[in-house]
Design a protein around this ligand. Structure first.
Ligand SMILES: Cc1cc2nc3c(=O)[nH]c(=O)nc-3n(C[C@H](O)[C@H](O)[C@H](O)COP(=O)(O)OP(=O)(O)OC[C@H]3O[C@@H](n4cnc5c(N)ncnc54)[C@H](O)[C@@H]3O)c2cc1C
Length: 448
């Protein structure tokens, strides 16, 4: 590994890194692509895996299958490894697997992680977040196990706790997850149990700010709230979470007893700033110039969620898939221009085609410049855009067929409880212990 020739190195095969890789491959520029996972993940549909609507393979594709290094004319290398540091003087990156890889240019596209506002250790074990396929499968398991446990217990309080689902964060992911959970309970599972009525499940969406979908116009946030409430979701806004424990969620004015809390709030960038030894924004993102490079090193690009760059009006660009994709293409085109002795492209400019969020199976909201769309037409558009953005024909076809089937039948085909999950089993299988503790817990929470 030490004798490697310095090449373009891309870290991360998400939206930004994979787009950069495809652009370089097309131009015949050799590169090394490193990702800790072997697949590219379409995160916008993760909530559908978590709520049993889609299977993991529908929204992920092996990186090697996308780039097929063996079939490319230019030299492409794909490494499955985790980057742990960068030596800017030696111009190398180091990995968990012990490799030291030299780079001529570096594109850092490692995305973001969830942040629990400084309460990672205490809250994360009780409130899993949705970032990877494993996270989605863990949440799916917890949700389905909760109904199974509720079916087998005769303790009414425990049953209520098991059938209460709290989603924290009223951004697009929280809204989509809460809507999908309500549909799962009220439609898909409605007639599947003998001792419980899944339609009585309580789905609560908690947002610290006063409105939902804060990046959208207020009208769309209000519309979203109304739609969710019509679907049976209890929406609580203006209430930051004060604590999350095994018993449930504590807000300023109330506590919610639940065995199921899902975290969809707060994001922080991956530790790229630490690796580079540069100052970062409060969310950990690395500030880059308008050409997406470090100001003191034109050979290092930081793109996507890991970076911070302003739009023309001086506001930071949002952490969205299209931003990362456009930045990936721009970084690669800059490198290609340099390799061909062409002038560098003009500064990066984000072309905003609009943003959308879905609310269940028949409504969505979208903002396209000044145009705001809601309802079923918005939902159709949301579906078309997401299918078009998926990588791979198989995935597009599979997602379309799944959605069509779910639409006509209300069925969700991926309702399988698989894999050992100590956390879920600890939380749910300790039914008897919980029953004994329950009265004490209720009293404690009421006293607080
Ligand atoms: C649940 C969810 C829903 C979302 N919904 C939407 C939506 O509807 N619309 C939208 O536009 N955006 C949405 N987003 C945001 C969007 O997914 C991100 O903005 C986008 O993925 C950022 O792209 P990226 O290339 O910067 O990072 P990512 O796509 O996250 O890719 C980062 C890659 O880097 C790899 N990586 C990380 N650290 C290392 C390391 N140390 N070593 C090696 N590899 C590493 C990861 O494995 C990953 O493959 C959503 C995000 C989430 C989590």
């Amino acid at each position: 590994m030490q004798d490697r020739e310095a090449r373009v190195v891309i870290v991360g095969a998400g939206f930004g890194g994979l787009t950069a890789a495809k652009t370089l491959a097309k131009a015949g520029v050799p590169f090394v692509l490193i990702d800790r996972r072997n697949h590219h993940l379409f995160q916008p549909l993760l909530y559908q895996v978590a709520t049993a609507a889609l299977a993991p393979a529908d929204i992920a594709v092996p990186i090697r299958a996308v780039l097929s290094p063996g079939r490319q004319k230019s030299h492409i290398e794909i490494l499955m490894d985790e980057v742990t540091g960068i030596d800017r003087t030696a111009r190398t990156i180091s990995t968990q697997g012990g490799a030291t890889i030299p780079f001529s240019h570096l594109i850092l596209a490692t995305g973001s992680d969830y942040a629990y506002f400084g309460n990672e250790d205490r809250w994360a074990p009780h409130a899993p977040a949705l970032k990877s396929l494993d996270d989605a499968l863990n949440i799916r398991r917890r949700v389905l196990l909760a109904f199974e446990r509720a079916e087998t217990t005769s303790n009414v309080a425990l049953r209520q706790r098991l059938m209460t689902f709290v989603v924290i964060g009223g951004g697009p992911t929280g809204v989509e997850t809460a809507g999908a959970l309500a549909e799962l309970a009220r439609a898909t599972l409605a007639r599947d149990f003998s001792n419980i009525d899944p339609r009585t499940a309580r789905v609560v969406l908690v947002e610290a700010l006063d409105t939902l979908l804060n990046a959208y116009p207020r009208r769309l946030g209000a519309y979203t709230r109304k739609k969710l409430e019509q679907m049976g979701v209890e929406v609580i806004t203006g209430r930051p979470v004060e604590d999350i424990t095994t018993d449930g969620v504590l807000l300023e004015d109330r506590s919610i007893l639940t065995a199921n809390v899902f975290w969809c709030a707060g994001v922080k960038a991956t530790p790229v700033g630490e690796w580079l030894g540069v100052e970062t924004e409060r969310n950990g993102a690395v500030r880059v110039g308008p050409d997406l490079r470090l100001e003191d090193d034109p050979h290092i690009f930081v793109i996507g969620d890991a970076s911070s760059v302003d739009d023309e009006s001086g506001d930071p660009l949002p952490a969205l898939a299209p931003v990362a994709k456009q930045q990936g293409r721009y970084a690669a085109e800059t490198i290609i221009a340099e390799a061909r002795n062409h002038p560098a492209p003009d500064p990066f400019r984000y072309r905003d085609w609009g943003t959308m969020a879905t609310i269940g199976r028949a409504a969505a909201v979208g903002k396209f410049g000044k145009l705001e769309v809601t309802g079923f037409p918005a939902w159709l558009l949301w579906g078309a855009v997401h299918v078009a953005y998926l990588v791979g024909f198989r995935n597009r076809l599979s997602v379309m067929l799944n959605w069509l089937w779910a639409w006509v039948s209300y069925a969700k085909g991926s309702r399988l409880i698989t894999g050992p999950d100590e956390a879920a089993i600890d939380a749910l299988d300790s039914g008897r212990a919980v029953e004994a503790e329950l009265d004490k817990t209720v009293t404690n929470l009421e006293e607080r």
